[in-house]
Design a protein around this ligand. Sequence first.
Ligand code: NDP
Ligand code: MG
Ligand code: MG
Length: 335
Amino acid sequence: MAKVFYDQDVNWEAMEGKKVAIIGYGSQGHAHALNLRDSGIDVTIGLYKGSKSAEKARKAGLTVQTVAEAVAGADITMVLIPDEKQADVYKNEIRDNLRPGSALAFAHGFNIHFKQIIPPDDVDVFMVAPKGPGHIVRRQFVEGSGVPDVFAVEQDASGQAFDIALAYARGIGGTRAGVIQTTFQEETETDLFGEQAVLCGGICQLITNGFETLCEAGYQPEIAYFETFHEMKMIVDLMYEGGMAKMRYSISDTAEYGDYTAGPRVISDASKQAMKDVLHDIQDGTFAKDWLLENKAAGRAHFLAMRRQHAEHPIEEVGAKLRKMMSWLNEEKPE
Ligand code: NDP
Ligand code: MG
Ligand code: MG
């Protein structure tokens, strides 16, 4: 079993007095920056001139500099801009400003593992990757809990990279929930697989197929939405709290019997084989190559077309209408 690190396992001195540059102030960026600051760390945000998020960061009381300036003044540079932009920003603004003996950090292993970024030998390279969306990383920190992280050390120039990475995880609240050591390879491959096969790709397609099956059979779309989409969160909340057993305890025996008998018919051996194929494309770099090409040569035309097509699906129209009636869903969540 993997060792799980908690607050008491952290050598916090490894972070004390360190200046952290957070590059990007988006989903993860705002969460790392605000959580670290609230943990007593000196944080500066690095953004390009004219960035839309600069104003938000300033409003939160943070100092905003150019990427180059922020990196030059930092002991730890955490790169939290979109993965597909990191290699260019690294080459143009980060590489030549990294102080020897400082640390270069990531929240996902993609660019290091697929060799889009090759750091110099005289810096630490580590990862602290929250296993949850940035806005939840911030929200749970404020509430006193935390989102679990995984961390990894790719390069240990200072001899302290392990302690620094773990202390960073504490600074953003991760060790409150539990932090596990991994490698850049394992994190990259499992993270991509999870989001593609299960968490995002798998579940969205499962819901969509279920919704379409009911609508095509003549049932009302609003009913189909409740049965295949709206209830999902309640079911998942129960699994999250107490495993599949807790969910199965709460549903009717009829639902539980159908769960066991129909589940493997829908997500069958063929689906498992497809998952293995997806994993293979991740492991051999096919997915990374396609995604990087999509961002360069193709101008993201295919990606943007898929985004538009999915946003226009009837399930989104029906859902928007129904969610409007549930006022509690429309509340602004704190940043
Ligand atoms: P976002 O898409 O939210 O990052 C956007 C931020 O990057 C904005 O502040 C944007 O500025 C800024 N930015 C964009 N281009 C540049 C540039 N050229 N120079 C400087 N700043 C720039 O990223 P995420 O938070 O989603 O992802 C960051 C990293 O965290 C990735 O490695 C990702 O894999 C990882 N991760 C993300 C998770 C998530 O919850 N989203 C979960 C776990 C890991 P502007 O506002 O001006 O556009
Ligand atoms: Mg991911
Ligand atoms: Mg039902």
